[in-house]
Ligand binder design. Structure first.
Ligand code: ATP
Ligand code: MG
Ligand code: MG
Length: 554
């Protein structure tokens, strides 16, 4: 059966299954280079590759493309594994490293030399670059292009043996310096690098290039559909050329299929820029909740399910486009609206004293854990003479259409009583210190009396003597510019100065036992998560994941 929502990749697979091209087999891979943390763009690729494999009862490999040891580290490998698991995918036994193929890649290179399809070039990188030509000018052949097979083999072996300095020789594929596709103008496939590799140590001092390694790794792993982003479209002829030369040596010739990468507004995603943000301490590390890294969005409060919803919603296409950050935020709202229990927190407290409520009296109010899920039950919220409400829920001189509290006006304290404001206390500077109200004892929520009085304003509150203080981190978008790094702009000039605010809010007593990573809707305030690192039972820390509505720029 074919999946309901279709896209061009599924169409290709359906057609392959119809013709029996792969005998019904679907095998994909997610191939990160372990040179940084994954971001939300990678999540698109992960969900696509693992998702397609799941849909077709296939297999998806996790392959670390680790051929550039200078920039790679085990720390990144571990973080990437963690991210993929968090998204709910499992590679099972299909964990691979391109470096596992170094021997085979090397022997295939000797084979290409023997076939007259590769040669050692002894020019400097700059000379090679200059001879490559441009889109409008063909390239020129290297003076070393016609070396004999024996000489090429000898030099290549000596490159491997460590006889030459870095940059003195490279191995190049012998294709066509006049090809209209610059990638086909005798691309370099091996270079000398005296760098320790995190897995192979100092065994190698020559390392294969991406374009040569990737297609062969795909083939050796029996990948059927090799999904990659559009910038590799121009590399596909090279992918196919290498595999065509090695036809006798490899088990299959996978099909490279390109899709549009994710571009998301109000963020940057290139690894270089993410590294810069972290190293210049413009954010608090790789998992800063404002970053687009998967570690960051997780800490921010994004759920794996919301990321899946997002990748489904944006779909897969062949054309580059920009996705608005609001689309991602809406997915989280939708998920948490359904899955997050409701709680009360007062972010900017204003003291409200109920003059006619007895000093020592306390009573229980009952608040539903989820308004649409009665089966989740209610919890007790204690009520007493002094409560905190939000400063924003009071206006001394109310504007037109303001239905919350104002002098002489009435409002319902949600789950409790209707109160009327009768007095405002100010300090010597004229700042409001407290407001006084009277309450109507016949209007308690859930009683017959409550139904008799209709009141427009309905505000949340917490009993002052029961509420507890907790650290709350109010995060917002990291950039004020929707396209912070487009058109040569320096993204560092559009950092949002208000992207992180730490406050101490009053919260319901039961929030003190929140588990790390538990998500809540703080009524009327947004969705919050107990920070997975800093929040402890008895000393909770909450991060605002997203506001209730898209209020950006309003
Ligand atoms: P960057 O360009 O940020 O350094 P990268 O593309 O070099 O990232 P890789 O580790 O090579 O990062 O990427 C692993 C896989 O994720 C590749 O198949 C790549 O095409 C895919 N990928 C990377 N960025 C995006 C994106 N923005 N949208 C969709 N897929 C992406
Ligand atoms: Mg890469
Ligand atoms: Mg890249």
């Amino acid at each position: 059966t074919e999946p309901a929502v279709s896209n061009f990749i599924r169409s290709i697979i359906n057609e392959d299954n119809r013709t029996g091209k792969w005998q019904g087999r679907v095998e994909t891979r997610f191939p990160p280079e372990p040179n940084g943390y994954l971001h939300i763009g990678h999540a698109k690729s992960i969900c696509l590759n693992f998702g397609i494999a799941q849909e077709y009862n296939g297999i998806c490999h996790l392959r670390f493309d680790d051929t550039n040891p200078a920039k790679e580290a085990q720390e990144y490998v571990d973080a990437i594994c963690d991210n993929v698991l968090w998204l709910g995918f499992d590679w099972g036994k299909h964990l691979y490293y391109s470096s596992d193929y170094f021997e085979q890649l090397y022997s295939f290179a000797e084979y290409l030399i023997n076939q007259g399809k590769a040669y050692v070039d002894s020019q400097l990188a700059d000379e090679i670059r200059e001879q490559r030509g441009t889109l409008t000018n063909p390239g020129q052949n290297s003076p070393y292009r016609e070396r004999s097979t024996a000489e090429n083999l000898d030099l290549f072996r000596r490159m491997k043996a460590g006889e030459f300095a870095e940059g003195t020789h490279v191995l190049r594929a012998k294709i066509d310096m006049e090809s209209p596709n610059i990638n086909m103008r005798d691309p370099v496939i091996y270079r000398i690098r005296y760098v320790h590799h995190q897995r192979t140590g100092d065994k190698w001092c020559i390392y294969p290039m991406y374009d040569y390694t990737h297609c062969i790794s795909d083939a050796l792993e029996n990948i059927t559909h090799s999904l990659c982003t559009l910038e590799f479209e121009d590399h596909r002829p090279l992918y196919d050329w290498v595999l065509d030369q090695l036809q006798q040596k490899i088990p299959c010739h996978p099909q490279q299929i390109e899709f549009a990468r994710l571009n998301l507004t109000f963020t940057v995603m290139s690894k270089r820029k993410l590294i810069e943000l972290v190293e210049c301490k413009l954010v608090d590390g790789w998992d800063d909740p404002r970053l687009s890294t998967l570690a960051g969005v997780r800490r921010r409060g994004y759920t794996a399910r919301s990321i899946h919803m997002f990748t489904e919603r944006i779909g897969v296409s062949k054309a580059d486009s920009w996705i608005d950050m609001g689309v991602l935020e809406d997915c989280l709202r939708e998920d948490l609206n359904e899955s997050a229990p409701r709680r009360i927190a007062i972010l900017k407290p204003l003291k409200l004293i109920i003059d006619n409520y007895p000093e020592e009296q306390e009573e229980d109010c009952f608040a539903p854990n989820h308004p649409q899920k009665p089966e989740w039950g209610k919890r007790t919220v204690p009520f007493s003479k002094i409560v905190y409400v939000e400063q924003d829920d009071f206006m001394e001189q109310p504007v037109k259409g303001y239905f919350r509290l104002a002098p002489g006006e009435e409002v319902r304290l949600r789950y409790a009583y209707i109160v009327k404001c009768i007095q405002v206390d100010k300090n010597a500077q004229g700042e409001i210190e407290a407001i006084h109200c009277t309450y109507d004892p016949d209007t308690k929520s859930g009683t017959d009396g409550s139904a008799k009085r209709k009141i427009k304003g309905n505000i949340h509150w917490l009993s002052a003597k029961h509420a507890k203080k907790a650290e709350v981190r109010l995060y917002d978008r990291l950039f004020t510019d929707p396209y912070p790094d487009i058109g040569g702009k320096d993204y560092k000039t559009s950092l949002n100065p208000d992207s992180k605010k730490i406050i101490y809010a009053y919260v319901e007593p039961i929030l003190f036992n929140a588990d790390p990573e538990q998500c809540f809707q703080f009524e009327r305030n947004g969705y919050f998560i107990a920070d997975r690192i800093d929040s402890k039972s008895g000393k909770p820390v909450f991060n605002r994941a997203v506001t209730l509505r898209d209020s950006w720029g309003k």
